[in-house]
Write a protein that binds this ligand. Structure first.
Ligand code: GDP
Ligand code: IMO
Ligand code: MG
Length: 434
């Protein structure tokens, strides 16, 4: 009865949504454990596209229960908008969406503080999604945050909003020279929004552990990616949560011994949205070709994603940090038609080869990728769902990736649809976990 974590091994957008959807029928519950509506997870079923931001991708499967864990930060307006959008697509969340009473709530002053800070950073701006994610986690750690459970106590909610708005207004004015927010207007807005969210709020840690005892299976849906993790990523160019597999425990209240496997998702190349070091970035026509063919534009913000070659140093590092059992390689089809494909096998500084992945961005920024070159396959792999029908050059490329990362590849994705997938062998590590 395994419970499994899906985790991004690069800088996000690896195709986690597609894989969570693919696995969902084997699980009873799908739980998000960190991040917020900065995430954009795409699920495509029979030509119909669903983009999930806060609600786990499992919602697309009728009957699956979805949990927003305590580690997630929730913007009530964004949540209600997403619920309404799903309704429009004939997906109901009634009686199958639960939100942790310990999850922190994103407030309008979080967005205002983020706008102030990003502007003040000028050329060092992080390029965040501007959703108020970072400042909300700051308040959580600063022990002044507002939790979903607080909305059941009118007096407490009012006091916390007034106190926080007062503090933020002085910071907004003194530090960023910005307009103050109106505490009473915020209070009115949040009372109205929260009334509609109350029915979804429960103690999800208690719920998940009870369901595990009853033999139910949980799929943990990571958001962002390992290199965006606040501890293990390219700090400070990261998000504000633990996107790595370990976050699944703290972000849901399910202990490590109840989690049995970690599946890492990697694209057949690399992308990054926002600022920060990216050793294999391609600022040329090949990068543009990948962006166009891979439709590499943010699912949340629409921003063009920076594109580059596969970085085996990054994914090997992620595999280590997450203790990945097996890997899924997505978007192989996007590399179709490239004459040469490169893989970064290591980094060099001043001509010297580096061991491992640097812990600070000053070093990472000085790293030059060491590439090996592979012949491309001038064939169409989109929709291929049998390993043996892949061109030999594509199989060699995948085998080389697996060797460099020191991890098995058990699924290969060749298109956005569920059916466009090379599924694992019966006796593979992944099949045993599923
Ligand atoms: P996530 O944030 O990790 O869930 O990934 P996103 O949804 O932000 O971005 C992945 C994009 O690639 C989505 O538009 C998916 O529909 C699409 N996608 C996923 N797998 C494949 C694949 O194998 N081939 C192609 N061409 N597109 C894919
Ligand atoms: P999914 O789950 C890609 C990036 C932002 C920015 C940095 C910090 O779809 O893979 P934030 O708003 O989180 O404080 O921004 O993190 N970022 C993502 N990049 N995919 C995501 O989510 C991301 N969520 C945040 O672009 O560089
Ligand atoms: Mg995404």
């Amino acid at each position: 009865m395994s419970n499994v974590v899906i985790v991004g091994t690069q800088w996000g957008d690896e195709g986690k949504g597609k894989i969570v959807d693919l696995f969902s029928d084997k699980f009873d519950i799908v739980a998000r454990y960190q991040g917020g509506h900065n995430a954009g997870h795409t699920v495509t079923v029979q030509g119909k596209k669903y983009i999930l931001h806060l609600i786990p991708s499992g919602i697309v499967h009728p009957g699956k229960v979805c949990v927003i864990g305590n580690g997630v930060v929730v913007d009530p307006a964004a949540l209600l908008y997403e619920i309404e959008t799903l309704k429009g697509l004939e997906i109901s969340v009634e009686a199958r969406l639960f939100i942790s009473n310990r999850a922190h709530m994103i407030m309008p002053y979080h967005r205002a503080m983020e706008a102030g800070e990003e502007t003040a950073r000028a050329d060092r701006a992080l390029g965040t999604t501007a959703r108020g994610i970072g400042p909300c986690y700051e308040d959580k750690m600063g022990r002044r945050g507002i939790r979903m459970g607080d909305i059941f106590n009118e007096e407490l909610l009012a006091a916390k909003i007034r106190e926080n708005v007062k503090l933020k207004n002085s910071l907004l004015k003194e530090i960023y020279g910005r307009e103050p927010l109106d505490a009473e207007a915020t209070l009115l807005e949040y009372r109205f929004l929260c009334e509609r969210i109350k029915p979804f709020i429960v103690d999800t840690a208690e719920y998940l552990n009870r369901e595990i005892k009853r033999g139910k299976r949980i799929l943990f849906e990571g958001a962002q990616g390992t290199l965006l993790d606040v501890d293990h990523g390219t700090y400070p160019y990261v998000t504000a949560s633990n996107a790595t597999a370990g976050g699944a425990c703290t972000g849901t209240g399910v202990g490590p011994t109840s989690i049995h496997g970690v599946v890492g998702i990697a694209k057949a190349y690399t992308t990054r949205v926002g600022a920060g070091p990216f050793p294999t970035e391609l600022n040329d026509s090949i990068g543009e070709q990948i962006r166009v063919k891979g439709v590499e534009f943010g699912a949340s913000t629409g921003r063009p994603r920076r594109c580059g070659w596969f970085d085996a140093v990054v994914v090997r590092y992620s595999s280590l940090i997450n203790n990945v059992d097996t890997l899924v390689i997505t978007k192989l089809d996007v590399l179709d038609g490239l004459e040469e494909i490169r893989i970064c096998t290591g980094y060099a500084i001043d001509g010297k080869r580096l061991e491992g992945f640097p812990t600070d961005i000053e070093t990472l920024e000085r790293c030059r990728p060491i590439y090996e070159s592979h012949p491309g396959w001038m064939e169409d792999t989109s929709s291929v769902n049998k390993y043996s029908t892949l061109p030999q050059t594509a199989r060699r490329y995948l085998e080389r990736l697996s060797h460099l990362i020191e991890a098995d590849i058990s699924i290969i994705s060749t298109g956005p649809e569920r059916t466009e997938t090379i599924m694992p062998e019966e006796d593979s590590k992944l099949s045993k976990l599923l």
